[in-house]
Write a protein that binds this ligand. Sequence first.
Ligand SMILES: Nc1ncnc2c1ncn2[C@@H]1O[C@H](COP(=O)(O)OP(=O)(O)OP(=O)(O)O)[C@@H](O)[C@H]1O
Ligand SMILES: [Mg+2]
Length: 331
Amino acid sequence: MPVELRNVSFTYAPGTPYEAQAVDDLSLTVCDGEFVGVMGKTGCGKSTLIQLIAGLISPSRGQILMDGEDINGRHFDRDRLRREVGVVVQFPEIQLFETTVRRDVSFGLRYFKWTEEEKEASVRQALGWMDFDYDAVKDLSPLGFSGGEKRRLAIAGVLAARPRILILDEPVAGLDPLGREAFLRLLGELNRNGTTILMVSHNADALAEYADRIVILKDGRLLRDGPTAEVFADYDALRANGAGVCQVREAAEALRRRGWKIPAGTVRYGQLLEYVSARKRQPAAGRNCAGAREDAPADSRNCADAREDAPADSRNCADARKDAPAGRCLL
Ligand SMILES: Nc1ncnc2c1ncn2[C@@H]1O[C@H](COP(=O)(O)OP(=O)(O)OP(=O)(O)O)[C@@H](O)[C@H]1O
Ligand SMILES: [Mg+2]
């Protein structure tokens, strides 16, 4: 049980006209190896929660325990927190300050008892993960990079320390689509290899794809905490609380309404694709929409029916998807 919040509250500027209660009596446990997504409207307390868990601020009330020890207790080893918990803050690029990329990305390793070779190998790998060529960038100034590149450099600096727990606050905002995909896949791989991940994001699809569990905050309190598919099934609560809905789930539900036997709780693109592809693996004679949808109700067994709201010129599979390989009729 690595991280546990017990009735944690946090108030900014208490006793002043600027007083703001950002986290309110919040209890939450993140277990070893989990990938937990955190969502909620702007201002609901997500970044404050991240900073509390990272030990950057201390609760006004309540406790935060790591492996059962209070991280704000007098005897807690704060170096252990720095070694084991990696934090990508909301705008990490503002923390770049060293004269070269190599110095910046290795900054977090300065007190690690690793050899210089081990440090260099880790920095090289972290930069590679973030799509940089170590030899090409190591001597450059971080200030000469673009906004998105600076963000990737800053994330590399956190990954280089190989944290056991990785906490990320909106890490994919500002990355281009390919960079975002690659980074999310990397997070998935780190998680499969044992890294515990807590990620704040407004990107519902990213969380649906990778998180085991979703936590939704509202006004500093816990509104929902449950398995990803269950939380995303609650469309109304998500919409009402400013959290994006999961497009894959919406597509799966639309197909279910049209008679496809897609399992409830389908939220991942791979799951949906697998199901749809399984239906297309038909003998040649079945390579048309009717064949691909043999389990659909009779009245929707052709593309025109299934796509009655599509523009006239795309109301058949061949037209709609003329660039798709034979038999890849999705609707
Ligand atoms: N430094 C600060 N001083 C005073 N109040 C603050 C401070 N930082 C945040 N707050 C307030 O605390 C509340 C929670 O802020 P927080 O930054 O944790 O929200 P958030 O969920 O991360 O929002 P966003 O999605 O916009 O990043 C907000 O009402 C905010 O105005
Ligand atoms: Mg925030």
